[in-house]
Design a protein around this ligand. Structure first.
Ligand SMILES: O=C(O)/C=C(\CC(=O)C(=O)O)C(=O)O
Length: 295
């Protein structure tokens, strides 16, 4: 959905109410804000130009879906200027924290400023359609430098480069969160090659977590996302303490296949079928990573 300036809307303005009620304190651990661009312009290197999706809209969605908190992940369209993400956190009344994208040359003083602003991790994005380069040695240096802050790294890559990623991931000295399970082909099922490869990554270190997110991106058949549920539910059952969930709102680059956020919430009890699994996925796990002082 493009406006007259060619800026794209990739989210629905009328998400349904979910049938599923999340437990009190549930965290949307993967979402973004776009702008508002008048205050927080997009990067000159941005690969997409979205319409504004600011914190007010994010928090209205949070309340509509029965969620309590957000983890705002810096989107590539804002480059390494984390102003929009920090603005979202600042407006959240302590109900949001964030993950930044940083220039590897960032100073320690600037990292401290991000920590004060509620940032608790750094994202390394390896998707060629989103970023021009992903310098592994420089990323490793950043990972070493954020250790003193108690942060983790969030890594985004697709299933075809998982083997290339293994030595890099093994060298990271802080906890790791993999976005969207490294984007497996869920049509292969829970025991297909992509899920097997991803499980071997989870088994390679106990502090590697993942987000069981984005049925809309991963399941070509769309709602009710049967393939996604079949492939992901065993992962949630086998790694219950290392999984996170999020909406991925405002669904960057999904303009031709905009998901209904209420339907995404209704996937939760199908991948986490017991109240205990749901509490870990939505509350205990994200709180340990993002609000450890409250645990
Ligand atoms: O955020 C996501 O889940 C996915 C994205 C966008 C993104 O990561 C970014 O812009 O930084 C994608 O696959 O286009």
């Amino acid at each position: 959905m493009k406006d007259e300036q060619g800026r794209v809307r990739s989210w629905t303005l009328e998400p349904s109410k979910a049938r599923y009620t999340p437990p009190p304190g549930a965290v949307d651990a993967h979402c973004h804000v776009f702008g508002p661009a008048a205050a927080f312009p997009f990067s000159a290197k941005a690969k997409y130009q979205p319409q504004d999706a600011g914190p007010e809209a994010l928090f209205a969605l949070r309340d509509h879906l029965g969620l309590a908190r957000n983890v705002i992940v810096q989107a590539s369209c804002h480059g390494t200027d984390n102003g929009a993400t920090l603005n979202g956190i600042a407006k959240s009344a302590r109900r949001a924290r964030g993950v930044a994208v940083v220039d590897p040359a960032i100073s320690d003083a600037e990292l401290d400023r991000l920590h004060q602003g509620g940032i608790r991790g750094v994202r390394f994005n390896f998707l060629k359609r989103l970023v021009d380069d992903a310098p592994k040695e420089k990323f490793l240096d950043v990972a070493r430098r954020i250790r003193r802050l108690g942060w983790h790294v969030v890594v985004y890559f697709e299933a075809d480069i998982i083997d290339e990623m293994r030595p890099f991931l093994a060298a990271i000295p802080v906890p790791i969160v993999i976005d969207h399970m490294g984007r497996p082909d869920v049509a292969q099922g829970p025991d297909g090659p992509d899920m097997r490869a991803f499980r071997s990554l989870l088994d390679s270190r106990g502090d590697l977590w993942t987000k069981v997110t984005c049925p809309d991106r991963l399941d070509a058949n769309g709602p009710p996302y049967e393939d996604f549920v079949a492939a992901v539910r065993p992962l949630v059952e086998d790694y219950p303490d290392r999984v996170l969930w999020g909406t991925d709102w405002p669904h960057p680059n999904m303009e031709s296949n905009i998901p209904n956020d209420g339907a995404l919430v209704d996937v939760i009890p199908r991948i986490a079928p017991t109240p205990e699994l749901q509490r870990k996925l939505l509350v205990d796990n994200p709180m340990r990573l993002y609000w450890p002082e409250e645990c």
